[in-house]
Design a protein around this ligand. Structure first.
Ligand code: DLZ
Length: 157
């Protein structure tokens, strides 16, 4: 896995940060890879016992992320997989999840890692899931971005 295109930065120490991962449950194999990657990033950054919260689908990610941000977590990582079907449903779920997660981040000034895969088919998701044979590790990337941002925000405040 090269994480093609993603900036590579040495992990910063986040051992003093409270971190939560919120993960949807659709597309189990891909979600397992994303969650494993996010937790690996937490370990690499020294995060102690990140909290993991599972929700049914990606549409439910923002409300859970909001609760976690309001509860005082320093960084939240949101993980989900939405695969395009034959109706406009895909667009509604993706837009609601993306807009909602962005709103949580801005309303609470808490970084929310955007680990939501929005894919045309399952192969695109598998290619990005951080599994054996995947080209990219988007769960790791989303967590690393949230942690690096939380570290920067700590310096700004
Ligand atoms: C209903 C639905 C569908 C069709 N597809 C997905 C998907 O690909 N990925 C995902 O995370 N969730 C999906 N959902 C569930 C919705 O996100 C949501 O959980 C339900 O509409 C109930 O609010």
């Amino acid at each position: 896995m090269s994480g093609a295109g993603a900036p590579v930065a040495a992990p910063v120490d986040c051992s003093d940060l409270k971190v939560a991962v919120v993960a949807a449950s659709w597309h189990e194999t891909v979600m397992d890879g994303l969650l494993d990657g996010a937790l690996r990033a937490c370990t690499d950054h020294g995060v102690v016992s990140p909290r993991v919260v599972r929700v049914p689908g990606s549409f439910e990610l923002p409300v859970a992320a909001q609760a976690l941000a309001a509860a005082g977590y320093d960084a939240v990582v949101a993980l989900g997989v939405v695969i395009r079907g034959g109706t406009p449903h895909f667009d509604y779920v993706c837009a609601a999840a993306a807009d909602g997660l962005n709103r949580v981040a801005l309303d609470h000034t808490v970084p929310v890692g955007f680990g939501l895969l929005t894919c045309d088919d399952e192969q695109q998701a598998l290619d990005r899931a951080g599994l054996d044979g995947s080209r990219e590790d988007k769960g790791y990337e989303a967590a690393a971005a949230a942690l690096a941002t939380a570290r920067v925000l700590g310096e700004v405040r």
